[in-house]
Write a protein that binds this ligand. Sequence first.
Ligand SMILES: [Zn+2]
Ligand SMILES: [Zn+2]
Length: 139
Amino acid sequence: MSKYITKQRKILTEYLSKHVDENISANQIALALADKISKSAVYRNLADMESEGKIRRAPNSSQREAVYRYLDDERCRECLHLSCKKCGKTYHMQTSVANSLITSVAENENFSIDKGETVLYGVCAKCQNSGKSENGIRE
Ligand SMILES: [Zn+2]
Ligand SMILES: [Zn+2]
């Protein structure tokens, strides 16, 4: 029985590792893997992985439509993440910018930021520009 569960987990992990830092709903994952894993098994495995800290649930996701983000162990734990509210993409903040932010908060607020856990929400460069250059005007 444990062998069967491990196999489901492997398929799920393989799928998620191709979507590092993307916000994907449990439903999207279940649909993508529909021919391999049952929906209930997807939900059960996601819940397990969440409690193990392998994936994070987006704070604005509801109980019905849980949205997850898979972390790349090596890179993501040392990065501050920027999440675009328009396109849903996640970016890694430049290390120098992240460090000066963390240092500044530590010194002024006496608060130690947990890098891997922290996501800043906003609008990415691409989405900011797509609004402006609509009519092709430059400068
Ligand atoms: Zn990351
Ligand atoms: Zn964007």
